[in-house]
Design a binder for this molecule. Structure first.
Ligand code: 1HN
Length: 348
């Protein structure tokens, strides 16, 4: 069999690539394995942010820039494997936002959906399309896509929350819009608790249209209620070997996830709990609400305590060793993966 000498073949290929490159053409066979890896591949790395380390920077920023001037005074939680890309996983953004007593963060709306998970302090509010809700630590609050929202702190202490946004998902589709409200603070048009009363008591007004489209009509899931549900669940059944007791925040109008692009969860790990390893294709961000312990994520091990944030990349095995009784809030891009039939999980 005649064989073509390799150097000549290699050179001929390179020469072909160079010519076709000028016409915006490229050979698939040079990149096929990278395009279609055998298992999830991501630049996202396991990481943990100590709140004790982040907080002083946030408070220093509080002295150097007002919430109004910043629009949003936020420290971005940048994944160490994706620095400069303003993301914590390949699909999601997270940050720590500070609002000081007397401050406001001006009203705007955008296509991106946001969640707020309150980390420290009480007495600030967020307003969504005319309704304000007061924030308490551990509350899970939603800003649905394209709703007017502003924040204010009429209280007496700094309030810090973790923001989670689907920025990269909306960017992938190039479907972003943003608008500034004509006034800094939008008018209040419903009493506080209106959404909870209409949709959060296993009741629904007759002929009610979903006020926030595909997003839950309840925009504050208070910690007192989530915590109580976990406690009651734990009284009656044993923990799941991977998750402890874990619940998913739900849209009462659909029974599905509370947000169309982001899934949110709350889970309880009993004191001394050592979980079985678990992995799933949704890279997940965790905020520690209560407790302390150790978490193994892929090849890394982190010590966690209340108010810390950590991230588990897609398909990285996750294992907990709860020293004290632990409550974790978490969020991920699972709804999109489920809708597209992509989501996978593996125990052990
Ligand atoms: C945003 O609108 C908020 O409304 C927080 O609090 C963080 C990050 C990027 C883009 C918009 C907020 C944000 C954001």
């Amino acid at each position: 069999m005649a064989s073509v000498p390799q150097p000549t073949l290699g050179a001929a290929r390179q020469e072909l690539y160079r010519r076709m490159d000028r016409d915006n053409l490229a050979p698939l066979w040079e990149v096929l394995h990278e395009l279609i890896p055998n298992a999830p591949a991501t630049a996202c790395r396991p990481a943990l942010w100590k709140y004790r380390q982040a907080r002083p920077y946030l408070m220093e920023a509080g002295k150097l820039i007002t919430a109004k001037e910043a629009i949003r005074r936020v420290l971005i939680l940048e994944n160490p494997g994706m620095r400069g890309e303003s993301c914590i996983t390949q699909s999601l953004y997270a940050g720590l936002q500070l609002i000081l007593p007397g401050e406001i963060a001006p009203s705007h709306r955008h296509s991106q959906s946001a969640l707020r998970f309150i980390v420290e302090g009480s007495g600030a509010y967020t307003a969504v399309d005319g309704e304000r809700t007061t924030m308490f630590p551990g509350d899970f609050i939603i800003t649905p896509s394209w709703t007017w929202h502003d924040h204010g702190n009429p209280g007496s202490e700094p309030v810090v929350w973790m923001d989670g946004l689907d920025i990269r998902i909306v960017q992938l589709f190039a479907a972003q819009f943003h608008e500034v409200y004509p006034e800094e603070v939008q008018p209040v048009s419903r009493s506080e608790g209106a959404s909870a009363a209409r949709y959060g008591n296993n009741l629904v007004p007759l002929a009610a249209a979903a006020p926030f489209g595909k997003t839950s009509p309840i925009f504050n899931y208070p910690y007192a209620r989530s915590r109580d549900s976990l406690d009651k669940l734990a009284q009656d059944q044993g923990p799941d070997p991977c998750h402890g007791w874990k619940m998913q925040f739900m849209n009462p109008l659909t029974g599905g996830h509370a947000m169309p692009t982001i899934a949110a969860f709350i889970q309880l790990l009993p004191k001394g709990f050592r979980s079985q390893a678990y992995r799933s294709t949704d890279g997940t961000i965790y905020s520690v609400v209560e407790g302390e312990g150790r978490v193994h994520v892929g090849d890394e091990t982190f010590e966690y305590e209340a108010r810390d944030t950590f991230v588990a990349p897609s398909w990285a095995p996750l294992r907990f060793e709860a020293k004290g009784e632990t409550v974790l809030f978490s969020f991920s891009d699972r709804p999109g993966q489920e809708a597209m039939g992509l989501w996978r999980e593996k125990r052990g």
